[in-house]
Design a binder for this molecule. Structure first.
Ligand code: PMP
Length: 361
């Protein structure tokens, strides 16, 4: 068996130790005689898996009292509608900050449910290379919330500061940088993330929501997506994505064993530095993102000549470096460096990039 270095944006590489444990427990979880996949979500075995995953997430992220953690389905794209359905009704209006394709998509979807304003945008000629400074934001004091995307997975633009929104609740899409470094949960009203980058398999969506924001859903909100109904049912109003929750729990335990989110940040900064330092010194590859906003998780880069893209990808594959093709909307390459990507993986990528340049530069 050979495992590749998987730079895919998501579903993405997971810690090998977690996959091995899941394999060992596949047929018989802890003497239950069953796979986790076969268990009733209401049985005591799965209830203990669910409760442990939730408590580990609270511990890792430092989620304070007064917040509920929900394990839902529908993905982050689902939350693009579910967030406004649950929150916008308080005033009928919401502010969105656009720093890339994902936040733009969020704003577009929210407009089905109320009045959406773009409080700030860094779109310039269809491209995004920075985060608009707080001073550029034009916030509506009557907004029900302000939404931003903490890390733009396609564009490679990341926030390294928490926006100031006064009394207006702050909502973050953290799909691609959750658990990559510590965050100040208390400064957010709501955080959501799909699991399939830093937490586990696709199918699970984590929502962390301040309790006072629960209970304002629009009447059209499907029960399964009403935070109040799901919070009251401990995320079991419907059958939750049980296997994905189990794997996420194993990932949380693994991250804790490595030293938690501060350790993840040090590891992620070291990895990203290897690649960005190389890109900055190269005249062959480029990354146009402003330094202060360069994502630690997703590093888009372009070859000097796009005609070499196919050869680059083919050569990478031959060296066991996969998932590097850039998003179809921006082209080029993208290396995703989530928690489970090792520094050896990034070093192998840079060594390949150096060799490719020597051959084709
Ligand atoms: N937001 C961000 C920042 C993402 O990276 C993604 C997925 N790549 C999504 C939203 C959409 O997630 P999903 O497909 O799980 O709904």
């Amino acid at each position: 068996m050979t495992r590749v270095f998987n730079f895919s944006p998501g579903p993405a590489t997971l810690p090998e130790a977690v996959l091995r444990q899941a394999a060992e427990e596949m047929l018989d979880w802890h003497g239950s005689g069953m796979s986790v996949m076969e268990m009733s979500h209401r049985g005591k075995e799965f209830m203990s898996i669910h409760a442990e995953a939730e408590s580990l997430l609270c511990e890792l992220m430092g989620i304070p009292a007064g917040y509920k953690v929900l394990f839902l389905q529908g993905g982050a794209i689902g939350q693009n509608a579910i967030v406004p359905m649950n929150l916008i009704g308080r005033t009928g209006r919401a502010d969105y900050v656009v720093t890339g394709d994902w936040s733009k998509k969020s704003a577009k979807e929210a407009a089905h449910f109320g009045e959406v304003r773009i409080a700030a945008s860094s779109e310039e000629g269809g491209r995004y290379t920075r985060v608009p400074a707080q001073a550029e934001w034009q916030l509506d004091p009557k907004a029900a919330y302000v939404h931003y995307c903490a890390n733009e997975t396609i564009g490679g633009v990341e926030f390294f500061w928490t926006p100031q929104t006064g009394d207006v609740p702050l909502v973050a899409d953290m799909s691609s940088n959750i658990l990559s470094r510590p965050v100040d949960v208390a400064r957010h009203g709501l955080i959501y993330a799909g699991a399939q980058k830093n937490m586990g398999p696709s199918g699970l969506t984590v929502v962390i929501v301040r309790e006072d924001l629960i209970g304002h859903a629009m009447p059209i909100t499907p029960s399964v997506f009403d935070y109040k109904i799901q919070a009251a049912a401990d995320s079991m109003y419907n059958t939750p994505p049980t296997y994905a929750i189990y794997i996420a729990g194993l990932v949380f335990k693994h991250v804790k064993s490595l030293g938690g989110l501060a350790a993840m940040e040090a590891h992620n900064r070291a990895k990203a530095a290897v690649l960005y330092d190389f890109l900055d010194k190269s005249g062959f590859y480029s990354n146009p993102i402003q330094r202060e906003a360069r994502s630690l998780m997703n590093v888009p880069f372009w070859l000097k000549d796009a005609a070499l893209d196919a050869a680059f990808l083919q050569g990478a594959q031959a060296r066991g470096l996969v998932g590097l093709k850039g998003h179809r909307s921006v082209g080029g390459m993208r290396a995703s460096l989530y928690n489970a990507m090792s520094i050896e993986g990034v070093q192998a990528l840079v060594a390949y990039m150096r060799d490719f340049e020597a051959q084709h530069g």
